[in-house]
Design a protein around this ligand. Structure first.
Ligand SMILES: *Cc1c(COP(=O)(O)O)cnc(C)c1O
Length: 395
């Protein structure tokens, strides 16, 4: 077998392949709706494409209320504000920073609980141990688009009288026993930003069956204004524009085919890589469908002879983008420095996953040939593990 590029072989990708690309509807499909928005001059806060996007999202998700917002971050902030949460909220540390930031912006205390090593998801037993008298909610996340253990987490929240919120940023299109993610807990919040599977350029969607929560999020995205400019509370400008809604609406119509494509490509990756020592994958809970927002590997240095960061350098030499999602995890970020000391000892699995996980290229319109080429590069690197490790450390 050829040598990997980091050891002097010819790079597999002469034009580098990025870790992700947004998959967008064809321009022809969008053109007439975009022209309608631009020619009408009605760009935001009107009852047209945003409302249509919300109705189609409600139908897709099987929820009573879908409320389009400017981002998942603003949606999480508004949802938790609307719920009037107080004190502490239990959440994973192995997630994207915005999960925690939404708490901090509400003056809530993040209480980090460990994840499960195999699924990378918030571990319900560790979450249970983290609950105190001061806790008002559990904030779960569907990691990389794979549904977390909603049944156990929701049962825990209900039994302790806590609110149950899901950061569903990765998971528009995910399913649990055929039922779409979005209808679990008290509220779930999606992201529609360009790195996610369903894209509106920037945007988010708050999904809930709770009428009062929905009402508050609707006015909260409009400064807290119930319609008469006598604001009920200090809200945000977190509206979605009509242009973003056109993109989101059309993207939603392609969502299932895009999720299916990602699942097929992941199956192909796993088949290609089945003989490679030292790679493990995120495990999925039975009966769930992941969106594969990311395809994440666990790189086991003891078996491959090369650590995660050196492996990533070797991929880069072969023209392949990758990213250590999520390292550092929240409790190791400067923004959460005050929680680090007490969290560190309680989060051994978070530490393991954060130090070994690497997301590799996957997007909905990625070709099978590119999956095969990335797989070939990984095979070459793994076959020369020790030498690659040494070369990467020297570079
Ligand atoms: C991307 C992401 C967010 C933030 O979404 P925005 O729409 O960019 O605000 C929140 N949580 C998780 C887990 C994410 O990956």
């Amino acid at each position: 077998m050829d040598k990997p590029a980091i050891l002097g072989g010819a790079p597999i990708f002469k034009d580098p392949i990025p870790i992700m690309r947004p998959t967008l509807p064809a321009y022809d499909e969008l053109e007439s709706d975009l022209r309608t928005v631009l020619s009408s001059g009605m760009l935001s806060n009107v009852n047209r494409y945003v409302a249509q996007f919300e109705r189609e999202a409600e139908a897709y998700l099987g929820v009573k209320h879908a409320i389009a917002v400017s981002s998942c971050t603003s949606g999480l902030i508004l949802a938790m504000k609307a719920m009037g949460l107080t004190g502490g909220v239990v959440l994973p540390s192995f997630t994207f920073s915005a999960t925690g930031h939404a708490l901090v912006w509400n003056g809530l205390e993040p209480v980090f609980a460990d994840c499960d090593r195999a699924t990378h998801q918030l571990d319900p037993e560790r979450a249970a141990e983290s609950i105190t008298e001061d806790t008002s909610a559990i904030l779960g996340a569907h990691m990389f688009g794979s549904p977390c253990d909603v049944e156990a987490l929701t049962a825990l929240a209900r039994s302790r009288g806590l609110a149950m919120v899901f950061d569903a940023a990765h998971a528009f299109g995910a399913k649990i026993g055929g039922r779409p993610v979005g209808s679990f807990g008290d509220v779930e919040v999606f992201s529609l930003s360009p790195t996610k599977v369903l894209v509106s350029a920037e945007g988010g969607m708050v999904a809930t069956g709770d009428d009062e929560l929905a009402r508050k999020v609707r006015i909260g995205r409009d400064y807290g204004n119930p319609g008469n400019y006598n604001c009920e509370f200090a809200g945000l400008n977190a509206r979605m524009s009509e242009l973003h809604a056109v993109l989101g609406l059309h993207s939603l119509r392609h969502l299932d085919e895009n999720v299916a494509a990602r699942n097929r490509l992941v199956a192909r990756y796993k088949k290609n890589l089945s003989g490679v020592e030292g790679i493990a994958y995120q495990e999925h809970l039975p009966g769930t469908l992941s969106t594969f927002k990311d395809f994440s590997l666990i790189v086991d240095e003891s078996r491959m002879g090369v650590g995660r960061d050196e492996f990533a350098k070797a991929l880069a030499a072969d023209g392949i983008g990758s990213r250590p999602y999520f390292d550092p995890p929240l409790h190791r970020q400067d923004a959460y420095a005050q929680y680090r000391a007490q969290a560190e000892a309680r989060l051994p699995e978070t530490r393991y996953v954060a130090e070994h996980a690497l997301s590799i290229p996957l997007f909905s319109h990625m070709s099978e040939q590119d999956v095969d080429a990335v797989s070939e590069a990984i095979g070459r690197i793994a076959a020369h593990g020790e030498a690659v490790g040494a070369a990467a450390r020297d570079s």
